[in-house]
Design a protein. Structure first.
Length: 50
């Protein structure tokens, strides 16, 4: 019974760690997408800047 609890604890730890990594990856991707979108919508045009 003791070993079963240890394995359950490890399983929960893996789920938690994978959830944290998934949220970090999602945040990174959303940030990159927003940078691309808003850099295209910026009022300053590259042709007019010197």
């Amino acid at each position: 019974m003791e070993m079963e609890m240890v394995l359950k604890g490890l399983q929960v730890s893996v789920y938690g760690l994978s959830g944290v990594l998934a949220v970090l990856a999602l945040f990174y991707l959303v940030t990159k997408i927003m940078v691309v979108i808003f850099s295209r919508l910026s009022p300053g045009d590259r042709k007019t800047q010197k």
